[in-house]
Ligand binder design. Sequence first.
Ligand SMILES: [Mg+2]
Length: 184
Amino acid sequence: MKKIMVDMDDVICDGGFLSLVNQFLGTHYQKEDIKTYYIQDIIPKEKYPEWSEFFSTKNVYEECSMLPDSYEVLQRLAKKYEIYIATAYIFRDKEAYSGNNLKNKFEYLYHNLPFLSPNRYIFTTNKEILNCDIKIDDKLSNLAGTAEKKLLFTAYHNKTIPQEELKQHGVIRVNNWKEIEKIL
Ligand SMILES: [Mg+2]
């Protein structure tokens, strides 16, 4: 069976981080308002220590929703591929709080993708060391390394990457899970 590496945040589920940032700031930002990969970069620097404290007490995955068709398509793909969920868990702004995030990620995957064994979870920031036949991620640099197919999942922060650049990296853009299923 061929191996697929699938990212979690903004590929399987989304919305949690922005929801917490809005709660913290008392704002109503939408995904379209965010242009950078790290949503928390819209928080003023002087509020960072307070934000780190706030974030450390929250479960980002309580605010998340599954992206349309992700469950159904993954369930079907799991019959013909070995699926690995590869997801980073280090909290950039305060690494010491990352353990909580790791636990929350594990529980979200465990409860929302019951057809995938936890043995298929890979918690790492360095995805390019993973040797999979197919890679699916919303961050272009995570598609580095060897793979016969590399799919960039469209997200708020990657919409402006030109087609030419994707081509140079041998990457195909996909906008939703139905498109992934057609390719795979
Ligand atoms: Mg992601």
